[in-house]
Design a protein around this ligand. Structure first.
Ligand code: 6PG
Length: 236
């Protein structure tokens, strides 16, 4: 499998969440043990909730030494049910984690375009790249992060030579504007994980491994990137 180094299959979603939480906590732990900051960029949506909950339990006590970022965000305030930041903070138990160590992708007075520029500057300045861990999800349309088929700025978001770390993007399937991390910081992660569940997503993933235009199933931009060293976690 091109770009896919391992496919980890579990019998249940519970077992997957447990194993993935242990794996991710272990990867962050190497930095923490040496007294350094660890860094992770997380995806939202519904699939990661159980995993994040278990990860939160494992990290409790250490989370002040972790820099959290998001792979993408729906452009809504953190009080909105759709907010990925809200879900991630809730599941991890990070309600009070300092904003300086949690890179938000929403601000009341900024447009998505302005926010993407700002987030790029913050991440550059915080000097947390490459991330120790980046987790991705996937939609049934073959999107990952907010790399949506037909996205108005898909080309910029998946440009392997692009120099900005974030892009604003909107597509028919995106349910409003979003801000997404771009391809370069995602594929440069020391540990890149794709977490998908269910037979339908597995079939979509297998189709994405086949030949065909990358923009039609934008996860292909990740799968085909020579630096991407992807670990896939799947359960029925
Ligand atoms: C989001 C994401 C997105 C997600 C997929 C899968 O904000 O929706 O970060 O890329 O990973 O859409 O979402 P589900 O897990 O809800 O199916």
């Amino acid at each position: 499998m091109m770009g896919v180094s391992q496919f980890h299959e579990f019998e249940t979603r519970e077992e997957l969440a447990e194993a993935l939480a242990a794996e991710v906590a272990g990867k962050l732990g190497t930095d923490l043990e040496s007294g350094e900051f660890a860094s992770i960029a997380l995806s939202g949506g519904s699939t990661p909730k159980l995993f994040l909950n278990k990860l939160g339990e494992r990290l409790s006590g250490n989370s002040e030494m972790i820099y959290f970022a998001m792979v993408d965000e729906r452009f809504v305030p953190v009080t909105d049910e759709q907010s990925n930041e809200r879900m991630i903070r809730q599941q991890l138990g990070l309600q009070d984690h300092p904003p300086s160590e949690f890179l938000s992708l929403y601000e009341d007075n900024l447009t998505p375009e302005e926010l993407a520029i700002r987030a790029h500057g913050v991440l550059l300045n915080d000097d947390e790249l490459p991330f120790d861990v980046v987790t991705l999800g996937m939609g049934l349309d073959g999107h990952t992060a907010s790399f949506f088929p037909g996205g108005n700025r898909l080309g910029q978001a998946v440009d392997p030579e692009g120099s900005s770390f974030f892009e604003h993007i909107e597509a028919a399937g995106s349910n409003g504007p979003r801000v997404t991390m771009t391809l370069p910081p995602i594929v440069s992660a020391n540990n890149l994980i794709l977490h998908i569940e269910g037979a339908e997503k597995r079939a979509v993933f297998e189709k994405a491994l086949e030949d065909g235009p990358a923009d039609e199933m934008p996860i292909r931009h990740v799968l085909r990137h020579p630096d991407a060293n992807l670990q896939v976690y799947w359960a029925p």
